[in-house]
Write a protein that binds this ligand. Structure first.
Ligand code: S3P
Length: 182
């Protein structure tokens, strides 16, 4: 059984862009949990937050992750808040390698400033919000990860290559290796 490659990490760390490249590179299908949720609901993430609130969004996100974690041999890009829920992490880990993408607050601010599609960053004090969310989440992200990659300094193509190299070296895609205790 081929394992999934699951990209986790904060908004603006490149999960979707890198995920697409990675999938093409490996000949795997690509799926993005937020985009899939948006097409299922017929609404944008911002509209779901606005109309139903974050809690409802998190519930729908959780159902989506339960579905996606049954996939095999797929590159899955997750929303930045997915791994805050322990059960989501457990499900994704069952058949997936969790790759954490990181970036500095400056880079995140730059990348996420181009679009208005992130309700959690639709505030006056964006920098303060990014920094405080990063601090709150840092531990959960790193605990969930099998491998951590910083994307601040490299282009998406280069990052995708690094991930391919990592998984190939370890034979992870064939399910030979697993970090045992988690
Ligand atoms: C969120 C990240 C977003 C999206 C939603 C909440 C978060 O996804 O799921 O706005 O809690 O970090 P991206 O990481 O793809 O922007």
């Amino acid at each position: 059984m081929r394992r999934n490659l699951v990209l986790i990490g904060f908004m603006g760390t490149g999960k979707t862009t890198i995920g697409r490249i990675l999938a093409a590179r490996l000949g795997y299908p690509f799926v993005d949990s937020d985009r899939k949720l948006e097409s299922q609901e017929g609404k944008s993430i911002s509209e779901i937050f606005e109309q139903a609130g974050e809690e409802v969004f998190r519930g729908k996100e959780k159902e989506m992750i339960a579905r996606l974690s049954r996939y095999t041999g797929t590159v899955i890009a997750t929303g930045g808040g997915v791994v805050l829920d322990e059960e989501n992490v457990k499900r994704l880990r069952r058949n997936g390698i969790l790759v954490l993408l990181q970036a500095s607050p400056e880079v995140i601010l730059e990348r996420t400033g181009r679009r208005q599609s992130r309700p959690l960053l639709a505030v006056e004090e964006r920098e303060e919000r990014v920094r405080s969310l990063l601090t709150q989440r840092e531990e959960v992200y790193t605990q969930a990860a099998d491998v951590v990659i910083d994307t601040s300094e490299c282009g998406p193509q280069e990052i995708a290559e690094k991930i391919v190299e990592f998984v190939r070296q370890g034979g992870w895609l064939r399910g030979h290796r697993r970090s045992g205790h988690r």
